[in-house]
Design a binder for this molecule. Structure first.
Ligand code: HEM
Length: 453
């Protein structure tokens, strides 16, 4: 692979200086500034820890595809495995990962996800009614939270078939708490081991036990039914999946871990993608007008089908352009398991690779006027002409997000149905400041008014 003209640099500050910089700028701008200052490949050494910031699309391809055997999910994922996700798809490696990916992939084919369309539509309809009330009240809402409630309800229904508000609320609360606990433990330089009975640890153990008991009870209820009476949701699919080589089912603890993973991976990112789409549309009147024209012509006040969605290409372009400038997962990491070379540098085994869609998506060599919001970048001819790894909001290669089609279908339905009736507006004077905390955040929230069209 010919990688040319890739600028590379070294950043090796004292720990205190690095921590101060991160504290002052926040993680997102800390890495963004390193990229602008040092180039597309930055070796970062803080104390004995070495990591590499990887921005150039050729290197995104190298890590995810061409040299993928040299990069894996090892030490960087230990805490996630231990505290929340066990051996589920998103954190497993080697043969176990391969087996799980093979088992789960059929749930996520374009045909496999079409069955969830009625769930997306009915949740969008419920939200329309809620937004009518909100519009009448005129109070601003925090859009990320609003979209999180929507996508959480959708993923709980997809996974467990339940429409009960109380179950949706409790599951959402419990998984979100565990995810926040994990994120917090990952960034804290010190936290008490789990056996120490601090309030935080006790809450963690109680919440984890509650969510496990809930999923176990759903599994047990189904086991008491004849298979043909299992509800048609993802939990049943996990229970009925059989390895094509060995015929073995997925063990119960792994079913539970997969379900928690799907919930965790499947709602927050999608919610952020949608919330930032509302933000972008409110700031770009011409794009919004073009979007409205497309939706009015194709959908009117009706509900979308797989066929009508194909006639809403601009709506999908808006979502992609939003994920370019505001990638819901602005960075993801890998561990180097075997020494490699990049741009003339040795990439040492044991180091961490930080892949940063947020920066790749703003790279001026691949995106003309990168900070301009322009959905036409995703016209088919423009997409075809671009480096295939210049856009990687869902990661890339064999570990690309398994839910990417699901997420795009969900966002396509929700945005088209909601934008057919509403044009949210940013609260006057509200300044949006981006940050990263696992996913893309707005520091002071995304405060918007719901305005009927
Ligand atoms: C806009 C929405 C989404 C974005 C931006 C997104 C992004 C990502 C990214 C960047 C990864 C790679 C993470 C890593 O390797 O560390 C990933 C993996 C994954 N995502 Fe998503 N995701 C989205 C929606 C979903 C949905 C809806 C689901 C499930 C219903 C899902 C399930 C997963 C799973 C299971 C993996 C692990 C795949 C594997 O390692 O084989 N994601 N996603």
């Amino acid at each position: 692979m010919a990688v040319q003209n890739v600028s590379a640099g070294f950043y090796s500050p004292f720990l205190v200086k690095a921590l101060r910089e991160i504290g002052r700028k926040g993680t997102l701008y800390f890495f963004y500034d390193l990229w602008r200052e040092y180039g597309d490949l930055v070796r970062i050494q803080i104390g004995r820890n070495v990591s590499y910031l990887v921005v150039h699309p050729d290197h995104v391809q190298q890590v995810n595809v061409t040299h993928r055997n040299k990069y894996d999910k090892r030490a960087s994922f230990e805490k996630a495995r231990k505290l929340l996700l066990g051996n589920s798809l998103i954190v497993s490696t080697g043969d176990l990962w391969k087996r799980q990916r093979r088992l789960l992939s059929p749930f996520f084919t374009p045909r496999g996800i079409e069955q969830y369309l009625p769930i997306f539509i009915s949740e969008a309809q419920k939200l329309c009614q809620h937004w009518e009330r909100l519009a009448a009240q005129g109070e601003p809402i925090e859009m990320i939270e609003e979209m999180m409630r929507l996508t959480a309800a959708i993923i709980v229904r997809t996974l467990f078939g339940t429409t009960q508000e109380s179950e949706v609320r409790r599951t959402t609360h419990d998984v979100d708490f565990l995810v926040a606990f994990l994120a917090d433990t990952q960034i804290k330089p010190f936290s008490f081991p789990l056996w120490v009975p601090t309030k935080r640890n006790r809450l963690y153990r109680e919440t984890r036990a509650r969510i496990h008991a809930y999923i176990d009870s759903l599994i047990a209820e189904r086991r008491a039914l004849p298979v043909e009476n299992y509800p048609n949701d993802m939990l049943s699919k996990l229970m009925l999946a059989r390895d094509e080589e060995t015929g073995a089912p997925i063990p119960d603890d792994l079913i539970r871990e997969e379900a928690i993973t799907m919930f965790f991976a499947g709602h927050e990112t999608t919610a952020r993608g949608l919330a930032f789409a509302w933000y972008a549309l409110a700031s770009e009147p011409e794009v919004e007008a073009k979007l409205h024209a497309e939706i009015d012509q194709v959908l009117g006040s009706g509900t979308p089908t797989v066929e009508t969605l194909k006639q809403l290409p601009y709506t999908l372009q808006v979502l992609k352009e939003t994920m370019r400038l505001y990638p819901p997962a602005p960075l993801y990491v890998r561990d180097v398991v075997e020494e490699d070379r990049m741009a003339g540098q040795t990439i040492q085994a044991g180091a961490q690779i930080i892949l940063m869609p947020y920066c790749t998506h703003r790279h001026p060599d691949f995106w003309h006027e990168p900070s301009r919001y322009d959905p036409d970048r995703f016209l088919p001819e423009q997409e075809a002409a671009r480096h295939p790894f210049a856009f990687h909001p869902f990661a890339a290669g064999q570990r690309i997000c398994i839910g990417n089609n699901f997420a795009l279908l969900e966002m396509h339905v929700l945005l088209s149905m909601l934008a057919a009736r509403f044009a949210p507006r940013l609260k006057r004077g509200h300044q949006v400041e981006l940050a990263v905390g696992g996913t893309l955040q707005a520091k002071n929230g995304l405060w918007m008014h719901i305005v009927p069209r």
